[in-house]
Design a protein around this ligand. Structure first.
Ligand code: GDP
Ligand code: MG
Length: 226
C-alpha cells in the first residue's frame, strides 16, 4: 500500500516520516539558510496489522511540482500537512493540494494534519480548516511531530479509509476469481479498463495474474481489506 505525505515547505513532512520510521531515507540538500530541504523525496515504511505500508514524502517547494506529481502517482491515500504556526504557507499549501486533487482519482482518501500544535502562535485545527476552505467533512488531526504527539492517529485513520474504499472491489475480485469475463460484466468496464485494474491490483499485491490463461488469483494481502 502506498501513502504519500504532502504539504508546504518546512511544515514537518520529513520529520513526520522519520517519526514513523527511524530508518527512513531523505533525499535533501541545504538551502541558503543552511536549512535541510527535501529536493527528491522521503521514503519510509510502516507495518499495520501485518500489511507493509510504503510512505513517500514529497518536496514542499512549489517549483518541484514535477517531482511531486511522479511521487503522487498510484497513491492509495494522501496525508496532507499544514504548518499551524505559519499562515503565510497556506497559499502554497492550497496550490499543492489542488495539484493533488487534479492528479488522483476521487476515491483516494485525503487525511489532513495541522503540525506544530501547542507551539507559540500555532492556530487551532478549526481555524486552519476554515482558512484553507477544507470541506466540512474533511478529517483534520492536530499533531506535534517534534513532541511525538498524535503522530500515528492520522495514519491509522487514512489506512481505515483506504480499507473501507477498497473493500467492495476486493469482495468483487474474490467473487470472480478465475472468471475475468464475469468480472468485466459485473463492473461494466471495457477490456482495457479491466486489464488496467487487474494490473494495479497485482502491483498492490492483492492478486496475482496468470497471463498465460488470462485469469487471476487472490493473494493473502487481500484479506487485509475484507
Ligand atoms: N517546533 C516544532 N518544529 C517542528 C515540528 N515538526 C517539524 N518541525 C521543524 O520544522 C522544520 C521543517 O521540518 P521538515 O520535516 O524538514 O519539513 P518538510 O520541509 O515539510 O519536510 C524542522 O526544523 C523541524 O525541526 C513541530 O512539531 N514543532
Ligand atoms: Mg522534507
Amino acid at each position: 500500500m502506498k501513502i504519500v505525505v504532502a504539504g508546504p515547505f518546512q511544515s514537518g513532512k520529513s520529520k513526520y516520516i522519520q517519526a514513523l520510521d527511524e530508518r527512513a531515507i531523505n533525499i535533501m540538500t541545504l538551502d541558503k539558510n543552511k536549512k535541510e530541504c527535501t529536493i527528491g523525496m522521503d521514503i519510509g515504511s510502516y507495518i499495520c496489522e501485518g500489511m507493509k505500508i510504503s510512505i513517500f514524502g514529497t518536496p514542499g517547494l512549489l517549483r518541484f511540482k514535477t517531482i511531486r506529481q511522479i511521487i503522487i502517482s498510484g497513491a492509495d491515500g494522501i496525508l496532507f500537512m499544514f504548518d499551524g504556526t505559519n499562515p503565510d504557507k497556506d497559499d502554497a499549501a492550497i496550490q499543492i493540494l489542488n495539484e493533488i486533487r487534479n492528479r488522483i482519482p476521487r476515491r483516494v482518501p485525503i487525511v489532513y494534519m495541522v503540525n506544530k500544535i501547542g507551539e507559540p502562535n500555532c492556530r487551532s485545527v478549526d481555524v486552519v480548516k476554515a482558512q484553507n476552505y477544507l470541506p466540512k467533512s474533511a478529517e483534520v488531526f492536530g499533531i506535534n511531530v517534534e513532541k511525538g504527539e498524535n503522530v500515528i492517529e492520522p495514519l491509522d485513520e487514512l489506512v481505515y479509509l483506504i480499507r473501507e474504499s477498497m473493500k467492495p472491489l476486493v469482495v468483487t475480485l474474490r467473487k470472480y476469481q478465475n472468471n475475468p469475463l464475469g468480472l468485466k460484466v459485473a463492473l461494466n468496464r471495457s477490456v482495457d479498463e479491466i486489464m488496467e485494474l487487474l494490473n494495479a491490483m497485482e502491483l498492490r499485491g492483492i492478486i496475482s495474474i496468470d497471463r498465460t490463461n488470462m485469469t487471476y488469483e487472490m493473494k493473502q494481502t487481500a484479506d487485509f481489506f475484507v
